[in-house]
Design a protein around this ligand. Sequence first.
Ligand SMILES: C[S@@+](CC[C@H](N)C(=O)[O-])C[C@H]1O[C@@H](n2cnc3c(N)ncnc32)[C@H](O)[C@@H]1O
Length: 311
Amino acid sequence: MEKMIKKIFKNLFQITGMQDLILESIDNKLALALEKELAQIKHDLTMPKYFYHSPIDYSTETYTPEYEPSIMMEGEEIPVPPPRCRPGYSPDDDQNYIEWGKYDRDNIYSIIEKHYGIHDNMSILDFGCSSGRVLRHFYPQLKENNWNLYGTDIQAFLVEWMRRNFPPEFKIMCGCTFPHLPFEDSSLDVIYGISVFTHTKYLWDLWLAEFKRVLKPGGICIQTVQCETAWKFYHENKDLDWVKSSYPSTMLDKPELDSDFFFYGDGFISQTFYREDVIKKYWGRYMEVLELMPPPPKFSFQNWIVLKNTV
Ligand SMILES: C[S@@+](CC[C@H](N)C(=O)[O-])C[C@H]1O[C@@H](n2cnc3c(N)ncnc32)[C@H](O)[C@@H]1O
């Protein structure tokens, strides 16, 4: 194809009498343009618009991935992931990474305590566990109360890091964007997901139905979601670079969420917002909504929704 394009250019410039000079610069420009175009085609072919999971790489030959060394911190039994394996969560601050995960874990624990009770032998799934930022802090329950701890994430690179660094009792699996979980009916006590449905633009309803299937009767589902508070936060911080680059100006310019919901983006890099009354009504079709909690005082502006599988 490159030869053909060059031939066309040659023919074109024969009429100018300056072909050598122009061709020299055209060749470079052409090569660059072609390279860019081919890279885009390759990207589009290997990364379909709606992909099922994010593989370790996009190569035909996949070898064990290389990771920067894990971080050993005092008081932490499980190694802390290197910055590249903590997408979006304090890559530059180990202490904050640990505190944030523990804070979310404590919140989850107190919701379980309130709405379900704490028992031995419980089965818990961290849906969208990333590299185990929150799940790691349930290790005491695994050891002392014999909890079965499961984690799924669609990013195989992070799951692989956990497989290598987490104790083998943690059951870690690469998940997919298609609503399916590798659990039997009525087998889990709790499913929680921190900032996962905030990025679940597609098939959120089928996911809730799948959660209901695998939850025991009375089992609970805890998810964080973006509602009016999150919308307001982004509007007020619309000039920050990371906000500008992640959200469209059509959204950021509006001070209020003025539709029932707003979904933006593509695949798992999407963003979702629901009005509080709407999420309760919509999600309440699949499981009973026990609570829609305001964002906790620290770390986040996301609401927490608690659902119960009342069969
Ligand atoms: C914003 S991150 C939050 C990660 C983690 N929950 C935490 O709080 O540290 C969202 C995560 O959800 C994962 N994810 C998105 N859709 C998923 C799905 N269908 N199944 C499993 N993981 C998913 C992403 O790969 C990503 O790691």
